[in-house]
Design a protein around this ligand. Structure first.
Ligand SMILES: [Zn+2]
Length: 317
């Protein structure tokens, strides 16, 4: 049914082709394509959102956030963009359930919200990606689109690297060290890093970049994508630890004698403010680092774009 509708619409758009001005025509086809992709994105992200809700990976508001993010990403970026987002989401959800029992005794206390993500968390991790996809859908300049795509891979790589590092890093047998002073700290503390966590960040960001590159048809002119993802994701996840060790709000539960990101601890006790800036919670930190990851990837992609431009100019001569 949906396919039939798309076919009819494309036929309608191509028929107009013969009469309309060439610019109007390509505009019409683009609108038709975006429209069918928006619908596809809506169906797809609703399906995934509801599935995640039933698996308790998303709260109700989280489902709404996932639908907005998924629809915009597929509709304005394309299927490769949407599927890369799904790769981030699925791998993160799987890893958060991985060795759940072992993690429960160590670090879950410190995460301010359980493994069920709400709309603020979805926006903190996927908001930047949604904005970049939106801008990509609006622009026609090839150069700007390439920059936005680099930013997109950078921001998603950061979100992926950070989640993988958090979920796998807490399983480290070595105690974490604070990124700022190198002091040994307890597992799950914001700002603590382990070789296992950094390895997970490197692996997660390269995996995201490679998946995105493959989904785009593994084209030679996009060979830099996995590398951009690796650099931006690793830098972004280290920036996350740095913010966690310095400015992020941390609290102390007097009952459990534990450091936490929560204002009210999971045991029910009101926590005491310990350090950091009160307004900088985990969501603010995540949004800042996904923005940082996008900027790193965009800056690193500039030399590649210049080289490509030179190549095109030389060929023209
Ligand atoms: Zn407590």
């Amino acid at each position: 049914m949906f396919h039939l509708f798309t076919c009819l619409y494309t036929k309608f758009a191509t028929r107009q082709k013969q009469q309309a001005h060439p610019i109007t025509l390509s505009y019409n086809t683009r609108i038709a394509k975006s429209f069918s992709r928006l619908l596809g994105g809506l169906f797809f992200s609703s399906g995934i959102g509801l599935l995640a809700y039933r698996r308790r990976s998303l709260s109700r508001s989280g489902v709404a956030g996932a639908i907005i993010t998924g629809t915009t990403t597929v509709g304005m970026g394309g299927w490769a963009w949407g599927l890369a987002l799904i790769f981030f989401f699925l791998s993160s959800s799987l890893l958060s359930h991985f060795k759940e029992q072992e993690k429960a005794s160590t670090a879950t206390d410190k995460f301010s919200k359980g493994s069920q993500r709400d709309i603020a968390q979805v926006a903190a991790n996927g908001g930047m990606a949604t904005l970049l996809a939106f801008a990509h859908g609006l622009t026609t300049s090839e150069r700007t689109r390439a920059l936005l795509q680099a930013g997109y891979v950078g921001t998603l790589a950061t979100a992926t690297a950070d989640t993988w590092a958090t979920e796998l890093g807490v399983l480290s047998t070595q105690p974490p060290r604070l990124i700022t002073t190198g002091q040994i700290t307890t597992p799950g503390t914001s700002g603590g890093i382990t070789p296992l966590g950094i390895g997970a960040a490197v692996l997660g960001s390269s995996a995201l970049g490679s998946v995105f590159w493959l989904l785009q048809g593994a084209r030679r002119e996009q060979n830099a994508l996995p590398l951009l993802a690796l650099a931006a994701g690793t830098a972004g996840s280290l920036a996350d630890s740095l913010l966690g060790a310095t400015v992020q709000a941390m609290y102390y539960c007097p009952t459990c004698k534990k450091e936490t990101e929560q204002r009210v601890h999971r045991c029910g006790t009101r926590t005491r403010f310990l350090r950091g800036q009160a307004w900088i919670d985990n969501d603010v930190v995540n949004f800042a680092t996904t923005l940082f990851g996008a900027l790193v990837a965009i800056s690193l992609s500039l030399p590649f774009l210049r080289a490509k431009q030179r190549h095109t100019n030389n060929n023209a001569i």
